[in-house]
Design a protein around this ligand. Structure first.
Ligand code: ADP
Ligand code: MG
Length: 283
């Protein structure tokens, strides 16, 4: 079964005299990881909110598959398969991990008929089964009975990710999923993101960790000042003169961010970070 793509056309969002998002077109196709990068204030979070429905655009449309969802509320989008993770995990702190996932699985759409992480039709009408599958796929069985509020950051983020998967997304929007994760956890996350896309899910990955974004994505959009200044394959965007000059002029989002743009840019960062960037450039 083919899943729904997410498509934005001509999105504009103004805050008073400031245009945070200025005529942005974006495609988040099924089976691919699409990245979104940009320095602080570029408009990434605002665009993300327009896609999730948290904010309404002043102009432009958002489509999920053939359906125009521009006016649809976030919870309705979520039931139709557009699921997001939050920078601050949206878990019930007093519930166990398993119960948090059960809530998400029970809120899923009734018309789901896909095969995420091998769940397939077995998952239909069986929220418990879905929770078990996701716990197993993400290696979270050991903490299934742990109260969410007591988990350390890395585990919390994985559970937040699991929560989103239990909603069986067609489109998964990830906002800074790697923030607070160590290198091993980030690597685990990137493998999971890839695997879920390979299952046919459309993924949008917004992260300050440009190194992670370039390593995982199929295509990437670079925003500056509310506009998309470059889009395409990671190598193309990394070498784009505008992207390079902006990252040099405005300083890195993180030390990794600048160095990840390539050896030429790495000269602006520390030598140690530069050598790391060269070994991790590209996919
Ligand atoms: N609710 C808001 N009210 C006024 N200005 C806002 C609001 N949200 C964001 N902005 C402004 O819009 C611009 C883009 O912000 P944001 O989307 O958060 O960028 P990013 O996520 O790329 O850092 C910034 O100049 C920011 O100050
Ligand atoms: Mg932001």
């Amino acid at each position: 079964m083919s899943r729904d793509d997410l498509r934005a056309r001509g999105l504009v969002r103004r805050y008073g005299g400031l245009t945070a998002v200025e005529h942005v077109d974006m495609d988040v196709p099924s089976g691919q990881v699409t990245g979104l990068i940009g320095p602080n204030g570029a408009g990434k979070s605002t665009l993300f909110s327009l896609l999730t429905g948290v904010e309404q655009p002043d102009e432009g449309r958002v489509h999920l598959g053939r359906r125009d969802i521009t006016k649809m509320r976030p919870d309705a989008r979520s039931r139709r398969g557009l699921v997001q993770t939050f920078q601050v995990p949206s878990l019930f702190p007093s519930l166990t991990v398993a119960d948090n996932l059960l809530v998400a699985a029970e809120n899923r759409r009734r018309d789901y008929a896909g095969g995420l992480l091998g769940m397939g039709s077995r998952g239909r009408g069986n929220a418990l089964g879905v929770v078990e599958e996701v716990l197993g796929s993400l290696g979270l069985e050991d903490i299934r009975g742990t109260v969410a509020g007591t988990l350390p950051t890395g585990a919390l983020r994985l559970v937040e990710f699991a929560r989103a998967l239990c909603a069986r997304p067609d489109v998964l929007l990830l906002d800074e999923p790697a923030s607070g994760l160590d290198a091993a956890e980030t690597e685990k996350l990137s493998v999971l993101v890839r695997r879920i896309a390979d299952d046919g899910v459309a993924i949008l990955l917004v992260d300050h960790d440009v190194d992670l974004v370039f390593r995982v994505v199929d295509r990437v959009y670079a925003m500056v000042g509310g506009r998309v200044v470059a889009e395409g394959a990671p190598e193309t965007v990394r070498d784009d003169p505008t992207v390079r000059s902006v990252y040099l002029a405005q300083g890195p989002l993180t030390s990794q961010a600048t160095t990840s743009l390539g050896p030429g840019v790495a000269a602006a960062g520390s030598p140690a970070a530069g050598s790391q960037a060269m070994s991790s450039a590209g996919r």
